[in-house]
Design a protein around this ligand. Structure first.
Ligand SMILES: CCCCCCCCCCCCCC(=O)SCCNC(=O)CCNC(=O)[C@H](O)C(C)(C)COP(=O)(O)OP(=O)(O)OC[C@H]1O[C@@H](n2cnc3c(N)ncnc32)[C@H](O)[C@@H]1OP(=O)(O)O
Length: 208
């Protein structure tokens, strides 16, 4: 077992090294607070709208993006899906690792937004790539908030192939832990000078 401090902000990461399998675990703080279940939560299976139509992860006005679609899961879980298009290729026939990381980033951000009804940005993200993911696979990412400490939001997510090549809903093909920070609307004010279009959705950042 190897323990190290990751990033300049000292996120404690413990990497467990095994002969056949490598995974990392994230040490959660002792004073973690579990968020209350929102009173107006729609229950499992409800669509979760895109947060910004130009978003590379979920926007429907971003032709090269992942086009992830989200629904609510059990409890505070959020379920995201997308198909691994040919343009997301890294090694021959398989997904590029950065694309999977983008999907986790999006999915865990959406989980924060659904649980806390607050805007968040990613501060730290860690990924375990457990299995190669072929082009054409439909990935399902189940994400949730594990708890908060002040503005810090601790999240986890697992990905499975649920349709297409190598589909097996019992096999976790990748997992992720992430620290998100709750920010105010002023955080996005700085981006308004650079944005490339007008918002088209109710929750679009530039509309807030
Ligand atoms: C309606 C709106 C809808 C919105 C939809 C949202 C859905 C989103 C879906 C989209 C998904 C895609 C999302 C994207 O891709 S977001 C794009 C990628 N992320 C960014 O661009 C973020 C860039 N970074 C920043 O802007 C600032 O650094 C932030 C805002 C993150 C913090 O700067 P700020 O000055 O505000 O706060 P602070 O410095 O006092 O820090 C506060 C606390 O956090 C702790 N800390 C900070 N960093 C780290 C770290 N790396 N490891 C460990 N800890 C860290 C820090 O120690 C402190 O802890 P404590 O002192 O309390 O103990």
């Amino acid at each position: 077992m190897v323990t190290f401090w990751g990033g300049k902000r000292k996120t404690l990461v413990t990497a467990q090294l095994h002969y056949l399998f490598m995974s990392s675990t994230w040490i959660l703080p002792d004073d973690l607070a579990v968020p209350d279940f929102p009173a107006d939560h729609p229950g499992p299976g409800a669509p979760v709208p895109q947060h910004w139509s130009k978003c590379f992860g979920c926007g429907d006005d971003q032709p090269t993006g992942l086009g992830m679609e989200f629904t609510t899961g059990e409890g505070l879980e959020v379920i995201g899906r997308f198909e691994v298009a040919k343009r997301y290729q890294g090694g021959p026939g398989f997904i590029h690792g950065g694309i999977l990381m983008t999907a986790f980033d999006e999915a865990q951000g959406m989980a924060c937004n659904a649980a806390l009804r607050s805007a968040v940005v990613t501060a730290h993200l860690g990924i375990d790539f457990a299995r190669p993911i072929p082009l054409g696979a439909v990935l399902e990412l189940r994400s949730r908030v594990e708890g908060t400490v002040r503005r810090k939001v601790y999240t986890r997510s697992e990905a499975r192939i649920v349709d297409g090549p190598l589909a097996d809903p019992d096999v976790v093909v990748g997992s992720s832990y992430g620290l998100f920070i709750v920010v105010g609307h002023e955080h996005f004010e700085k981006g308004k000078d650079f944005v490339d279009g007008m918002p088209t959705g109710d929750q679009d950042i530039s509309a807030v």
